[in-house]
Design a protein around this ligand. Structure first.
Ligand code: PMP
Ligand code: GLN
Length: 423
């Protein structure tokens, strides 16, 4: 057969995502690897951000009804009008973003929306500025578009929160050799839970105007702000909303990560450009699920609010249990699915080694935060021994995780050097 290495795009994408192993083989994504580690060791899987609680019955019923009503063939390329309308209304209702159906494009999850937007809007050789740590699909999509990635770290603050390194941001947006064509913002941010406020966003909006850049957003955790501060939609906070391309999805808000219903919101001609790419990736997907979500989004379901409360309760079980481990620094997340635990005072091991050790000895698996960073970057260094734990899992898994952290705390109280030395 022809040599698979004859074409290099797939390899560049995997390489950009850090998936090429030392021996040249291709690794799985960090989420797949850590799920496999949990299965292999029988550990509790606090890794991948996949909810352990159910999708709402009313949504499942609405999708089942749509299937029975015959919505089983291709949906229109832009998405079913009912979904486009429901998303437009939801943005207006929840975030005050003025949107009409012609601004909205259905995508197969936020992942396809982000990739299609990057492919459509990034000039060849162009730069994307993103905050780090970042979601693993970003560098792969940028590599596919023939561009490069410049990152600005989001770092722990002495007050126990997180903040972007604004001095680096200011340098990065003005550096002559890498003026960004796209500034990519993930708010609320995975994995730190940092929520960009209106002032942060307006600062980024001004920088985008100065650089003549697009602002591409990733708002998949928009409904999961846990500390009462509002999620501010970048398109609302920025003076020039025409350059903002909003991306979000239903997976996290409605516990339907497997349905892959996402959307892009942009000026109609920008939406058309992104649709031109998207239509040759999937053309369309999830037809009856689009109808089910449209009906539920525009109905009176209290699921989103109830789910947020339930998530906060699970966070309130896991986060204090992590914090009780003597010597670690545990984040109280403002939003999202995750807490970040910094073990650096307790161990010389890096987060990958430590995660492996904790899986084998303590039956706990998370996601090493450096996997979401670029090797050698300031963020990579800052999170060298930090692990992300998901509290979106079932109450039983979260309880078990809390108990296992209790056991670890007890061991470290007896022997403060338990995580040092032999790996
Ligand atoms: N962005 C971030 C920050 C994520 O955590 C995820 C994971 N859900 C995605 C994008 C992908 O979203 P989707 O499953 O809708 O493609
Ligand atoms: N978004 C989820 C996370 O960050 C996982 C998505 C995936 O498995 N690709 O954990």
């Amino acid at each position: 057969m022809p040599d698979v290495m004859r074409a290099d795009l797939w390899h560049s994408m995997a390489d950009a995502a850090g998936l090429i192993n030392a021996d040249g083989t291709i690794g799985e994504t960090i989420y797949g690897q850590m799920t496999a580690l949990a299965t292999r060791t029988g550990a509790v899987n606090l890794g991948q951000g996949a909810p352990g609680t159910d999708a709402p019955a009313e949504l499942i019923d609405a999708a089942a009804d749509a299937m029975r009503e015959g919505y089983n063939q291709y949906a229109p390329g832009q998405g079913f009008p009912a979904l486009l309308e429901a998303v437009a209304q939801q943005r207006q209702r929840d975030f005050g973003q003025e949107v009409s159906a012609q601004n909205v494009l259905y995508t197969c999850g936020a992942t396809e929306g982000l990739t299609a937007a990057i492919l459509a809007l990034l000039p060849r050789g162009g730069t994307v500025l993103a905050f780090e740590p970042f979601y693993d699909s970003y560098p792969a999509a940028i590599a596919a578009a023939g561009g490069s990635l410049v990152t600005v770290p989001i770092l722990p603050t002495p007050e126990g929160g997180f903040a972007p390194d604004w001095a680096r941001f200011d340098d990065a947006v003005t550096a002559a050799e890498s003026v960004p064509s796209i500034i990519l913002i993930n708010t609320p941010h995975n994995p730190t839970g940092f929520v960009f406020d209106a002032e942060d966003l307006s600062r980024i909006g001004d920088a985008a105007v100065a650089a003549d850049a697009w602002v591409l957003t990733d708002e998949v955790y928009e409904q999961l702000v846990l500390d009462g501060t509002p999620h501010v939609a970048p398109a609302v906070a920025m003076d020039d909303s025409t350059r903002v391309v909003t991306v979000s999805s239903a997976g996290k808000s409605w516990n339907t990560t497997g349905w892959k219903i996402g959307w892009v919101i942009a000026e109609p001609e920008v939406r058309e450009a992104i649709q031109a790419v998207k239509q040759f990736l999937t053309y369309t997907a999830s037809g009856p699920l689009q109808i089910g979500l449209a009906r539920t989004l525009s109905g009176d379901s209290s699921f989103v609010t109830d789910n947020r409360t339930s998530l906060r309760q699970r966070a309130d079980v896991l986060v204090p249990a992590c914090r009780d481990v003597p010597g670690v620094v545990t984040s109280t997340p403002a939003a999202g699915y995750f807490t970040v635990v910094d073990f650096s005072a307790l161990t010389d091991l890096d987060a990958f080694e430590l995660n492996d050790l904790l899986a084998r000895r303590h039956s706990i698996v998370g996601i090493p935060v450096p996997a979401l960073c670029r090797s050698g970057s300031p963020a990579h260094e800052a999170y060298r021994s930090s692990i992300r734990y998901s509290f979106c899992k079932s109450a039983a898994d979260v309880d078990r995780g809390a108990q296992l952290f209790g056991d670890l705390a007890a061991e470290l109280t007896r022997d403060p050097d338990a995580l040092r030395g032999e790996y």
